[in-house]
Design a protein around this ligand. Structure first.
Ligand code: MN3
Length: 220
């Protein structure tokens, strides 16, 4: 009974204070993605960087906020920079962790693969274009595979913690795949060799998750 009351009060408090965001549980151990991503990078990236985005977002929006994370991103142009940066940081990293796996599915489902083949020729060429976009992005940012409003796949990049859900970016859509190309994502292991980090990330990128994101995005 005590347990039920506790669960009820947790659900209720989440409902009443929808403005408070929390760090999602990492779906694997810090060591799980080695050797592509080393455990020290994982630990700092998740427990320090991502945690800081959550903490700073909660601090910035205050207790009167009633907007969901998606609503904050969709209205980024009207938000203070601190909200835009930290809401983006929280969303982007949450998606990024979900996309990585120690035992990834290496191919997209038939529907997504068919669309990739139609637009990019093959999965291999799509991955090459994404890698090239991430390698040539100047400064800190993200590379994305999105579904556009016209239901086309598109590779885009954003600066800082911006993302394709925000009304401040030129190419908007629903994110299917995201790769963090901030130096904090790879520098301890790869130093200046960002291209090598991007090459190795395909070994831990779970196409099952990308495919699920695609199916969900098509229904929206
Ligand atoms: Mn990061």
């Amino acid at each position: 009974m005590k347990k039920i009351l506790l669960i009820t009060s947790v659900i209720l408090s989440n409902f009443l204070s929808a403005q408070n965001f929390t760090l999602p549980k990492l779906p694997y151990a810090y060591t799980a993605l080695e050797p592509a991503i080393d455990s020290v990078t994982m630990r700092i990236h998740y427990s320090k960087h991502h945690q800081a985005y959550v903490t700073n977002l909660n601090k910035a929006i205050g207790s009167s906020n009633t907007k969901s994370l998606t609503e904050l991103l969709n209205t980024a142009s009207t938000q203070p920079a601190v909200v835009r940066n930290n809401a983006g940081g929280h969303y982007n990293h949450t998606l990024f962790w979900e996309l990585l796996s120690a035992t990834p599915t290496k191919t997209p489902n038939p529907l997504l693969l068919n669309q990739i083949n139609k637009q990019f020729g093959s999965l291999d060429s799509l991955q090459k274009v994404i890698t090239a976009a991430g390698t040539s992005l100047f400064g800190s940012g993200w590379v994305w595979l999105i579904l556009t409003p016209s239901e086309e796949l598109k590779i885009t990049t954003t600066m800082n913690q911006d993302n394709p859900l925000m009304d401040v970016v030129s190419e908007r859509g629903i994110p299917l795949l995201a790769i963090d190309v901030w130096e904090h994502a790879y520098y301890l292991k790869y130093q200046n060799k960002r291209a090598e980090y991007l090459k190795n990330i395909w070994n831990i990128l779970d196409w099952k998750v990308v495919s699920d994101n695609y199916l969900r995005a098509l229904k929206k």
